[in-house]
Write a protein that binds this ligand. Structure first.
Ligand code: MG
Ligand code: ZN
Length: 225
């Protein structure tokens, strides 16, 4: 799928790809140290396109922005659309356009952090490029990964994309307002997730209606400590 990161077969990476990932891990460690020194909670937000990452962040900024400073690093192949939405919600945002690239890497995040200068004790959301494959391979220096999956996507995404779901600290199950319309089977989804990641904390919610958001905010408060 992605020639840059060799995500088709992580067990048989060719040497060049290994070097790319090794270099990325070094830069990610620097980002992590920089963020942790300042007690900044960095959340790498991952999903397929259209799962509702930006909507979730807009809502979170509107509801929590007065309590805790929030900034956002937006990754998309093209356009400033999502950064514009984030700014309209009241947070500072830096947009990274990856061009042909299909994931964010630690050097892009380092540059974005230099521009953003997030304050101590704040939350930085890194909205990754919508893609369930190679973003899983690239450590950005985040404290935790939040994978967003929506009820419109079907129940077997975790077993189909195990690398992505295995790395999730928290799993946001979005668009629960559409559960009936889509016939989504939440217990089947949880079973699929358990097969690859028994530890992941699952938060069913609707970023559109607001249902379940309280648990997401509680989780963020705990993760901030
Ligand atoms: Mg988005
Ligand atoms: Zn990629």
């Amino acid at each position: 799928m992605c020639g840059t990161c060799g995500c088709e077969n992580t067990e048989k990476l060719i040497p060049l790809e290994r070097r790319v990932l090794g270099k990325n891990d070094e830069l990610a460690a620097k980002n992590r140290a920089w963020l942790e020194e300042r007690a900044i909670l960095a959340v790498n937000v991952l999903s397929s396109p259209g799962s509702g990452k930006t909507t979730l962040l807009e809502r979170t900024i509107r509801d929590l922005g007065a309590t805790v400073p929030i900034t956002v690093i937006e990754g998309d192949q093209a356009t400033e659309n999502d950064a514009r939405r984030i700014r309209a919600a009241g947070a500072r945002a830096v947009q990274i356009n990856t061009g042909t690239g299909c994931h964010l890497d630690a050097s892009m995040v380092a540059r974005a952090l230099e521009e953003l200068r997030p304050e101590s004790g704040s939350i930085v959301f890194i909205e990754n490029v919508g893609n369930l494959v190679c973003p899983a391979l690239f450590d950005l220096g985040e404290r935790v990964r939040a994978v967003v999956s929506s009820v419109t996507e079907g129940e077997d995404k975790p077993v189909k994309y195990p690398h992505m779901f295995r790395a999730a600290g928290v799993l946001v199950l979005n668009k629960t307002d559409l559960t009936v319309a889509t016939g989504f089977d939440e217990s089947a989804f949880r079973e699929s997730l358990r097969a690859v990641n028994p530890e992941a904390h699952v938060l069913p919610l609707s970023a559109r209606t607001g249902e379940g958001l309280g648990a997401w905010y509680d989780w963020l408060r705990l993760a901030s400590r």
